[in-house]
Structure formats: structure tokens, C-alpha cells
Design a binder for this molecule. Structure first.
Ligand code: 6U4
Ligand code: NA
Ligand code: NA
Length: 156
């Protein structure tokens, strides 16, 4: 039987720049990524997004907008990973390096896709244009997308 794990991914933006974190350990180690993690039993998905962003970057989100839902399957793994993606345009604090992440601002035309999950180059352009989306990706290992769907959404 298939089980499902729910994750958050917070995308932090300022004018023409995006904050990414270099993941120092765990799932996605060595990749540049948005900030997030597993949603816990006692919290909503939005609460999880706010908590994980603060744990990993030091920033406190003041305004979150859900912009996408991404599903990941890995060949040989029965778990379906569901990642809820949020745009964070208002926050308090300054990014700090944490145990998990090293934060850095990137210009929108200088995103380091070659050091990111291979699905990111597919959906970031929608995100950066303000288009909501739903995606499903079948991975073989962590580097190869065997097939995927990506759909623009009016509502999530
Ligand atoms: P623990 O176990 O508490 O240390 P936790 O921080 O809860 O870990 P983590 O860091 O394993 O969870 O969560 C994975 C993070 O990676 C989430 O923010 C979702 C994100 N993520 C997963 N697949 C991704 C992908 N293909 N593209 C992407 N982000 C992805 O941009
Ligand atoms: Na995390
Ligand atoms: Na966590």
C-alpha cells in the first residue's frame, strides 16, 4: 500500500532576487533549495511552512501564498511525497546560516539550476511569472526524471 508524506517548501523573494539555501544534510544534501520540511501531526501545512522556514533560515514569514503542489514518486519506493510550495513576500529578520542550510540570494536570471533538483528548472519559470501549478514527477534515483506532468492551475 502507498503511504504519503507531506512537506512544505517556502520560496522567499525580494525584487528580482530569490533566497535559496544550500542543504547541508539530509534529503537533497548538496543542492540549492527553498526552505521546508515535513509537516508534523499537530500543525497545519501553513504552520509547518512557517516553522520550517524559521528553523532553516531564521526568517519569520508574515504573508504566505500557496503557489504550487508537487508530487514525487521514486521508482522502488512506495511513498508518495507531496510538497506544498508557498511564496513568501513579507517576512521579518535577516537570513542566517543554520545547521541545515546556508542561505544566499540569487538574481532571478542566475538561478543555479545545475545544482538543484532537476524538476526545479521546469516549475520555477511558472512560479517566477506568478502562475500557480500542480506537478507530478517520477524519479529514478535522485538525478533522473523518467516522466512528469506539470499543469497550470487557477486555484489550488
Ligand atoms: P528532518 O527529518 O526533520 O531533518 P525535514 O527538515 O523535516 O527533515 P527535509 O529537509 O527532508 O525535511 O524536507 C525536504 C525538503 O526538500 C522540503 O522542503 C521539500 C524539499 N524538496 C523535496 N523534493 C524537492 C524537489 N524535487 N525540488 C525542490 N524541493 C524539494 O525544489
Ligand atoms: Na528541511
Ligand atoms: Na522537520
Amino acid at each position: 500500500s502507498t503511504s504519503q508524506k507531506i512537506f512544505t517548501l517556502a520560496m522567499v523573494r525580494k525584487t528580482n532576487a530569490l533566497l535559496l539555501g544550500l542543504k547541508k544534510k539530509g534529503f537533497g544534501e548538496g543542492k540549492w533549495n527553498g526552505f521546508g520540511g515535513k509537516v508534523e501531526k499537530d500543525e497545519t501545512i501553513s504552520e509547518g511552512a512557517v516553522r520550517e522556514l524559521e528553523e532553516e533560515s531564521g526568517l519569520v514569514a508574515k504573508c504566505l501564498t500557496k503557489i504550487g503542489i508537487l508530487e514525487f514518486e521514486f521508482v522502488g519506493d512506495p511513498v508518495l511525497f507531496e510538497v506544498h510550495v508557498f511564496d513568501v513576500t513579507q517576512y521579518e529578520g535577516e537570513p542566517v546560516e543554520t545547521e541545515e542550510m546556508k542561505p544566499q540570494w540569487f538574481p532571478e536570471d542566475g538561478i543555479p539550476y545545475e545544482k538543484m533538483w532537476p524538476d526545479d528548472i521546469l516549475w520555477y519559470p511558472l512560479y517566477l511569472k506568478g502562475i500557480k501549478f500542480r506537478g507530478h514527477f517520477l524519479y529514478q534515483g535522485y538525478d533522473t526524471i523518467l516522466n512528469y506532468t506539470l499543469t497550470q492551475m487557477d486555484h489550488l
